[in-house]
Design a protein around this ligand. Structure first.
Ligand SMILES: [Zn+2]
Length: 456
């Protein structure tokens, strides 16, 4: 769904008297300010705006009004096994999902995971998510993924992938082309992308999949810089063969050479940092320092709730913490003390909002609270969230998902007074329970129990 195609809501919405964290070019913070939404867009931002007679008024006093957050890489289907892999390494993850059990997911299981994860995202103020959907073994699985995403009032990009076959095979199949044509006519990177990894094989077997993406006019999102899995050779191949664009998202990009970062910077690509993931799975160090050195734009992501959280507050905290820990350790190694942190809270809030819009080619359309932008907005408000002295810092280190009071997506109220609107959470719960039962039965109880610490 693009901002322009969002359904216009019936009534204007006035967010009254909040502290507005604009994430505009100057990263202004506007205390005691109203935000008026008309149709799908922000119509006015200012103090004490006149209240349109038919407006829904949200009392944002004492709270923060910020842009909806954008997650540029989350495997929504895996939320069906939330938390199961908390102690995994990347190797254990690959063995469990890629080699042994990922193929057990039926279309209804993809639907269940996607539905729960999509609901969870909107509830946590994440209004746009790139569903890095690499469990699409058949087009029936893909139909199920799309059905789930379309039933939840957020913006979801289906990034189509399939870990069970090489990208050059599935992306060129008639079934895939037919699916893409039927569901995603036109080429809107905010609706449809291709998701696959480049192994670095000099034969470049992924070329055919890149050509399909180019034909369809959609970007490719790719895990890159994953230690021991895909590294510099893949980045070089993408660039040498002319497939690197400004919309190419390099997920993790955590263990590449300077030359690879120079290539990414030169082609205008962006990196998606999943700090919780990089810190515990072993792809490499979250590349925030690298982004500063090379001037590569950043967005944030949560990767998978099979291990980690499903909200970008956690991503912001992990990102800021990782960067500062690294800088302190580097200084200590020189016998020095850091007296001013390099990475600031306002930068991380920008990455979690506008950075995602930029990665999707839509900076200027959403991701900031400015007149004319799509009305993807979040009100953070909670009885315990005071005093509010440093709004950017408050978002990064104080806010939690239960502070998300109101969520608007394209001007429509998706969450009101801490309650989701138009979502059947109980149905999602029952579907996920059926998926877990199916997996336990298929895998066998002993192997299921052993899976949390898979021997490899
Ligand atoms: Zn991933």
């Amino acid at each position: 769904m693009s901002p322009d195609r969002a359904h216009a809501p019936d009534r204007p919405v006035l967010l009254r008297g909040g502290t507005v964290v604009t994430v505009d070019a100057a990263r202004r913070v506007l205390p005691d300010t109203d935000v008026l939404v008309r149709g799908t867009r922000i119509a006015a931002v200012g103090p004490r705006l006149p209240v349109p007679p038919d407006a829904e008024v949200v009392d944002a006093r004492g709270g923060i009004v910020m842009p909806g957050m954008v997650d540029t890489h989350r495997h929504l289907w895996q939320t069906a096994v939330r938390g199961y892999g908390a102690d995994w390494t990347l190797t254990q993850y690959f063995v469990w999902f890629y080699q042994r059990y990922g193929a057990l997911f039926r279309p209804e299981d993809i639907h269940a995971g996607n539905l729960l994860a999509a609901i969870e995202a909107v509830d946590a103020g994440v209004t746009t998510v790139v569903d890095w959907s690499h469990g699409l073994r058949t087009t029936e699985h893909a139909e199920a993924a799309v059905d789930a995403l379309r039933s939840v009032p957020g913006r979801f990009v289906l990034a189509y992938g399939n870990i069970h076959r090489p990208p050059g095979v599935w992306a060129t199949s008639p079934g895939f082309r037919d699916f893409a044509r039927r569901h995603f006519p036109g080429s809107d990177p905010l609706r449809f992308q291709l998701a696959f990894d480049v192994t670095g094989d000099p034969v470049f077997p992924e070329r055919a999949a890149f050509e399909v993406a180019r034909d369809l006019g959609v970007p490719v999102t790719t895990h890159a810089g994953v230690w021991g899995v895909n590294g510099d050779a893949g980045v070089r191949l993408i660039h040498e063969h002319g497939f690197a664009t400004e919309l190419t998202v390099y997920v993790h990009a955590a263990s590449l050479s300077d030359e690879s970062y120079r290539l990414i910077a030169g082609s205008g690509g962006t990196i998606s940092i999943s700090a919780e993931s990089e810190q515990s799975a072993g792809q490499g160090y979250p590349p925030t320092r690298v982004s500063r050195t090379h001037g590569i734009p950043v967005s944030l992501s949560m990767d998978t709730s099979a291990w980690w959280s499903g909200d970008l507050f956690s991503a912001m905290r992990a990102t800021l913490g990782a960067d500062r820990a690294h800088e302190h350790l580097r200084a200590h190694a020189r016998g020095e003390t850091i007296t001013r942190n390099a990475l600031r809270a306002d930068q991380v809030v920008e990455w979690a909002t506008r950075g995602g819009a930029r990665a999707l080619g839509r900076d200027g359309e959403f991701g900031s609270v400015e007149v004319g932008r799509a009305a993807d907005l979040v009100v953070l408000k909670h009885d315990l969230a005071f005093p509010l002295l440093h709004p950017h810092g408050h978002i990064v280190f104080q806010a939690q998902r239960d502070h998300v009071h109101t969520v608007l997506v394209g001007g429509r109220v998706a969450k009101r007074e801490h309650r989701l609107v138009g979502v059947d959470l109980q149905a999602a719960r029952r579907a996920v329970e059926r998926t877990v039962e199916h997996l336990r039965r298929s895998i066998g109880e002993a192997a299921w129990q052993e899976g949390v610490d898979l021997p490899v």
